[in-house]
Design a protein around this ligand. Structure first.
Ligand code: NDP
Length: 487
């Protein structure tokens, strides 16, 4: 480098004399309080962290673009999707769920898929996983579920026993646990896995017609997983294998890509569909709602700064754009509160003003002040209604996405049942009809290995008798035999 580097300054910009020596009274004397550069440096250092996400802590991500490849205006009026060939900048953050920062990337876990489209009508955030289903269908159980995957209160250790206790007492988890225990629970890289909205959302077209939708991002690199043994070996080789792989691939200009396939259900079909279509523990079978290719996602730019652009990225399930909205999926509704709230906790009420969180379109509203307020609107009126030219909402053009509900008593209850709702049917189909013999053998081996690490005998019995045997009797029998239990 021929250019001289800039001289060091304090945070206030004034030049400093040394990054090597503190200010002392003589070479052997005490350090002085008036060394404000040292004090600033230490004080800043101990404040370097923001609180971790409470889960999905360990992750990595990159920027890129989404390109529309098929006309979807029949189903949505979303401006960023309104033209074939249209490109929208995106940010995608991948993550593990349960482990802390520093945890091995290769460990068995679900992988998060948090995506932001920087559209001309504001940020659209789509936050899903690498699996099409989830462990629980009611947000009331969500914190308990996460607690069961974390650490024991006294020992501070992870506990397979605690995980199986929660899962076997929550039969709705069977579908997701089947996927998690298959080799899809140990993806080889983030590039070699799919991403799913998992949740159901609503699309609305320009004429006001509504549809229920699920998003499937299919990897164009092909699905590749570690076996259980390979994943465990990778722990010793590279804790950050997924973060490193993504960075290196993009640095090599081998840009990973995914095909967006949509499942689209006409609004009226939800009520009588054979499964509850809003139950996130179920998929919509492809034969019922064939996935349609509508776009392509490409990641082609690494972050310039991991902390500023990946750690501080605050995705919010409530960030919709006109033409896209929530569905009666209870998990969506709870997540619409919790994600924004997590960012407000981690980085403050003005987290959306951080560069990575700023929409490309403008922000105009009456929120004001608060810690770290960076953008402001000068002397704009601070209340609505006002007579002095402040922003005006337009209820005719921008109505909240809506659906009809019947007047009903307010209660705490399960979803209304649909004829074929059952927690074990779909994981059973996955085991019997979709998995190859090798997939099934690995599934059995992975479950047995997991159940053999610190899981009480009574818990193993429950896992076999009340859980896996109900997914499939052959599966239950194979696990029982391997664990030395009576089938
Ligand atoms: P299909 O035969 O049409 O689809 C099965 C799908 O399963 C495949 O398209 C693939 O989805 C996925 N798959 C393939 N191998 C595996 C594996 N080893 N582990 C996990 N998933 C795999 O059948 P249906 O749509 O009727 O679904 C049957 C079962 O397949 C479901 O009960 C569910 O467990 C599973 N499945 C269904 C999905 C859906 O949205 N319908 C999505 C994923 C799984 P992909 O291309 O997305 O990888």
């Amino acid at each position: 480098m021929s250019e001289r580097p800039p001289h060091t300054t304090t945070d206030a910009g004034s030049p400093v004399g040394s990054d090597e020596y503190s200010l002392t009274v003589g070479a052997g004397g005490p350090v002085l309080l008036q060394d404000t550069y040292l004090i600033e440096k230490l004080a800043h250092f101990v404040r370097e962290r923001v609180p971790d996400r409470v889960y999905h802590v360990k992750g990595g991500g990159a920027f890129g673009y989404f390109e529309v490849t098929a006309d979807v205006t029949e189903w949505t009026k979303a401006a960023f999707l309104n033209e074939v060939g249209k490109r929208t900048p995106v940010l995608l953050r991948f993550s593990s769920v349960a482990g802390e920062e520093g945890y091995p990337d290769s460990d068995r876990d679900v992988r998060g898929w948090a995506m932001r489209f920087y559209t001309e009508q504001g940020n659209y955030d789509l936050v899903g996983n690498n699996t099409p289903v989830f462990f629980v269908r009611d947000p009331m159980k969500f914190p308990d579920f996460i607690h069961s995957q974390e650490r024991m209160p006294a020992t501070g250790l992870r506990s397979n026993n605690m995980q199986w206790d929660f899962w076997t007492l929550s039969p709705e988890s069977a579908h997701q646990v089947t996927v998690l225990m298959s080799d899809r629970g140990t993806p080889r890289t983030w590039r070699h896995m799919n991403g799913y909205s998992s949740d159901t959302y609503m699309w609305e077209n320009a004429a006001g017609k509504k549809f229920w939708v699920k998003y499937h991002f299919k990897t164009e690199q092909g699905i590749e997983n570690f076996t259980d043994a390979e994943a465990k070996a990778m722990r010793a080789e590279d804790l950050d294998c997924h973060r490193r792989d993504l960075w290196d691939a993009i640095a090599r200009e081998e840009y990973p890509s995914w095909r967006l396939e949509m499942q689209i259900m006409p609004y009226e079909e939800a009520a009588d569909y054979r499964f509850n279509p809003f139950d996130i523990t179920k998929v919509w079978p492809h034969a019922d709602y064939p996935p349609m290719t509508v776009g392509r996602l490409v990641l082609d730019r690494n972050p310039e700064n991991f902390f500023a652009q990946i750690v501080q990225a605050g995705f919010d399930v409530a960030n919709f754009v006109p033409g896209i909205g929530p569905s009666p999926d209870r998990m969506v509704m709870a997540r619409m509160f919790a994600y924004g709230d997590s960012s407000r906790y981690r980085t403050g009420p003005n987290y959306a003003q951080l560069p990575v969180n700023q929409p490309l379109s403008g922000v105009h509203n009456y929120n004001k002040d608060g810690p770290m307020r960076y953008h402001h609107s000068g002397n704009q009126p601070v209340y609505a209604p006002n007579s002095y030219g402040g922003p005006k909402a337009d209820p005719q053009r921008f109505r909240d996405p809506s659906w009809f509900t019947e007047a009903a008593e307010i209660m705490r209850a399960a979803y209304e049942a649909h004829p074929e709702d059952d927690d074990f049917v779909q994981p059973g189909m996955l085991y019997r009809q979709v998995m190859t013999q090798t997939d099934r053998d690995h599934l059995v081996g992975n479950i047995v290995a997991h159940l053999s690490q610190g899981v009480e005998r009574s818990m193993q019995e429950r896992a076999v008798g009340d859980y896996w045997t109900r997914v499939d009797s052959d599966l239950g029998a194979r696990i029982a035999r391997s664990l030395g239990l009576k089938p």
